[in-house]
Design a protein around this ligand. Structure first.
Ligand code: ZN
Length: 208
C-alpha cells in the first residue's frame, strides 16, 4: 500500500519535472538552503556574494550586486536571498551562519576560536537596524548587540547586559522585549519570503 503510494508520487514528480525553466530541487527547506549558503570559511567569506551583500550596510544603496553569476549552488541561493528585504537577509545570516570558526593565529591570548565574520557583520548591522526600527531610545549599542546575540543563541543574560550598559533591569527588560518581538516577527517573515523565492525558482525539493 505504502509502496504503491510512493510509486504514484514518483510519477507525479516526473510530470512536474517536465515543466520547463526550473532548477532541479536541491534543498528540503529554506533553512537548509540558508545553512548551505552561509557556510563560508574566513577566506571564502571576503570574496563571497555574502560579503558583498553585507557590505552594502543595512540601508545601502539598493543597487544590484555584481558577480552573482549563479553557477554555483550557493551563488544561486544567495542570488535569491539578495532579493529579500535587507533586514531579513541579516536575520537569516545571523541565524544560520556558524558563530565561531577555528583560529590558528597561535597568539597566547587566542582561545583557538574566532568570530565568523559573516555572523559578526550580521549582528553588528542588525544593531543599527534595531535602533531605527524598534526604538531610538535604545541608544547603548553594546546592549543592542547583546540582546540581538542572545536572540540568536548566545549565552548572555539580560541582567549582565543591563549592568554592562548601566541600565536598570526594568528598562533593560522592556527594551529587550521590544527587540525580541521585532526579531521574532522579522525572522518569521524572512523565512516565509525566502521560502517563496526558492520555491518560485524551483530550488526546493517537492516533499512527498
Ligand atoms: Zn587566534
Amino acid at each position: 500500500m505504502k509502496a504503491a503510494t510512493q510509486h504514484k508520487n514518483h510519477h507525479e514528480q516526473q510530470r512536474n519535472n517536465m515543466q520547463p525553466a526550473k532548477h532541479d530541487g536541491i534543498f528540503k527547506s529554506a533553512q537548509e538552503a540558508m545553512v548551505f549558503a552561509c557556510n563560508f570559511s574566513d577566506q571564502q567569506y571576503a570574496l563571497s556574494p555574502m560579503a558583498k551583500i553585507l557590505q552594502r550596510g543595512p540601508y545601502g544603496s539598493g543597487r544590484g550586486l555584481s558577480g552573482l553569476d549563479g553557477a554555483a549552488q550557493s551563488g544561486m541561493v544567495l542570488a535569491e536571498m539578495e532579493k529579500l528585504d535587507n533586514a531579513h537577509i541579516l536575520m537569516l545570516v545571523a541565524r544560520c551562519a556558524p558563530k565561531r570558526e577555528r583560529c590558528s593565529c597561535t597568539h597566547a591570548c587566542c582561545s583557538g576560536w574566532k568570530m565568523n565574520p559573516a555572523y559578526r557583520d550580521a549582528i553588528s548591522q542588525l544593531a543599527d537596524v534595531v535602533l531605527k526600527e524598534v526604538s531610538a531610545e535604545i541608544t547603548n549599542r553594546r546592549f543592542r548587540v547583546a540582546v540581538i546575540s542572545k536572540f540568536f543563541g548566545e549565552k548572555i543574560t539580560i541582567k549582565e547586559a543591563a549592568a554592562d550598559a548601566d541600565l536598570s533591569l526594568r528598562t533593560a527588560e522592556r527594551h529587550a522585549a521590544a527587540i525580541n518581538r521585532y526579531l521574532k516577527d522579522g525572522e518569521k517573515a524572512a523565512l516565509t519570503a525566502f521560502y517563496a523565492r526558492l520555491d518560485e525558482v524551483g530550488m526546493l525539493m517537492e516533499v512527498v
